[in-house]
Design a binder for this molecule. Structure first.
Ligand code: EPZ
Length: 423
């Protein structure tokens, strides 16, 4: 087993380079199946979720190789669509359900065990099913396996009742080769939706409007291979922005698209943190004292990202006054607060709202990662706590943060990955 050991109190100074976006890669890698021939994908983050989605693609017959760091070459020539993607794979990776959209769109059928992934409340897939049925597919969900099939898929109007990243992506994937025009309304607008659309169009698809709430897709009969580079990870960048703000110091975060970070930058400025935007960087200057209290409410892009909620709440634990954090995307994403309380945080949770009263300092404690972003929040808490904090369950952090130890130690953090015997 492994844990992180962090000695808090160091300021952070220097440069951090951001890797490719996890949530773009998890959609783009399966979408390469549409090419019918090899695709070269660059700026792929070296994280366990990418290893898992690659394993799933190999399981159905694709060849996935990595000729150099950060590059995947995917050859879908021998993919078989009649293989069930079992729950031992899907429970580890929620994004495995993108294979439903891809295999339905490319071969007319798919069979994927109901997905797993981070647990923060109910995670239904009713909107995915609504999209598949609108395109003419039959959907069966008996025995916790989702079976979708259709002789032919026809373009259709799909109104998503909920702004859903996953349902928007699955609708796009199922529609790219459907006959005629598909209009997805109330679509999610995240940067990774736009990145997927750009990738699909690089393979010859016709997807317009990604990044707005209306996406129009004209089905094509043939697609082809391409070389594509994945956008920088908005949430990885935001995590290091907040870490620098909390620990104090002067950190330049490179390889970012500042526009993707606007809501995070805006909130940090509300807290009195200096953020200087470059063309492809953001610089965080902070004295590490108590940030101003503020109000944060998560919402779909371009709002404040729910995947930044635990990290930002941790910063507010040492805020000057009382802050409120409203989680408006997921129905139960405050589980990590019990871990922060072990470190002396003063937080009251009432439904979708956390009331955070700033304390002088957090103190070190043995804590664990409840999920990927909660784990990132524990790292930030360890960086600012007195003494030595240990974090277990760090395989959940490894799902989405490439070279986290290297990136943080390079700017002065005292953090290490330590092996230990389970008993
Ligand atoms: C994606 O999850 C991300 N995961 C999540 O990031 C992120 O928190 C979420 O989008 C919101 O931005 C990946 O991209 C792999 P949703 P997804 O469908 O697609 C409800 C991380 O840390 N909903 O946008 O599963 C749902 O219950 C992960 O990187 C339905 O009601 O999220 C939720 O309340 C954690 N019916 C809301 O929509 C549906 O059919 C948003 O969920 C689908 C969703």
């Amino acid at each position: 087993m492994e844990k992180f050991v962090i000695r808090g109190g160091n300021k952070l100074n220097g440069k951090i380079n951001i890797s490719g976006a996890k949530n773009a890669a998890l959609a783009i890698i399966p979408a390469a199946i549409f090419a019918g021939e090899p695709c070269r994908i660059e700026n792929v983050p070296d994280i366990s979720d990418v290893k898992m989605i690659s394993k799933i693609l190999r399981h159905i017959g694709a060849e996935v190789t990595s000729p150099e760091d950060g590059v995947l070459v995917i050859d879908p020539t021998n993919v078989k669509s009649d293989i069930t993607i079992r729950d031992d794979m899907t429970k580890k990776l929620r994004a495995s359900y993108y294979l439903l959209g891809v295999l339905l769109g490319q071969y007319g059928s798919a069979c994927v065990a109901l997905p797993g992934g981070c647990y923060f409340g109910v995670r239904p897939i009713d909107q995915h099913i609504k999209a598949f049925e609108a395109l003419g597919a039959k959907v069966n969900t008996d025995n916790a396996v989702v079976k979708v099939e259709s002789e032919e898929l026809y373009g259709s109007s799909i109104y998503l009742d909920v702004v859903s990243v996953g349902a928007t992506i699955n609708a796009m994937l199922a529609a790219v080769k459907a006959k005629g025009l598909t209009v997805i309304e109330n679509a999610a607008r995240e940067p990774h939706i736009v990145d997927l659309a750009n990738f699909l169009n690089s393979m010859g698809a016709d997807v317009r409007g990604a990044g707005t709430e209306v996406i129009k897709i004209r089905g094509v009969s043939q697609m082809h291979g391409c070389t594509y580079s994945i956008i920088p990870d908005q949430i990885e960048a935001g995590t290091y922005m907040v870490a620098a703000a909390a620990a104090g110091g002067d950190v330049v975060i490179n390889n970012v698209i500042p526009k993707h970070l606007e809501s995070i930058t805006n909130k940090l400025e509300d807290c009195g943190i200096t953020v200087i935007e470059g063309d492809e960087s953001v610089r965080i200057i902070s004295d590490g004292n108590h940030p101003k209290a503020c109000r944060v409410k998560t919402s779909p892009h371009p709002g404040f990202p729910t995947d930044m909620q635990p990290q930002f709440a941790t910063l507010l634990c040492i805020g000057n006054g009382t802050s409120t954090v409203v989680e408006d995307v997921w129905d139960n994403r405050f589980k990590y607060i019990d871990q922060l309380r072990r470190m002396g945080a003063n937080i009251i949770v009432n439904g979708d709202t956390a009331l955070i009263t700033g304390v002088e300092k957090l103190h070190s404690a043995p804590v664990e990662a409840d999920d990927l972003r909660a784990g990132a929040a524990m790292v930030i808490a360890g960086l600012i706590a007195d003494g030595e904090t240990t974090i277990e369950n760090i395989r959940l952090i490894d799902r989405g943060y490439e070279k986290l130890i290297e990136k943080l130690t390079a700017v002065g953090a005292d953090i290490a990955r330590v092996h230990f015997d389970e008993e």
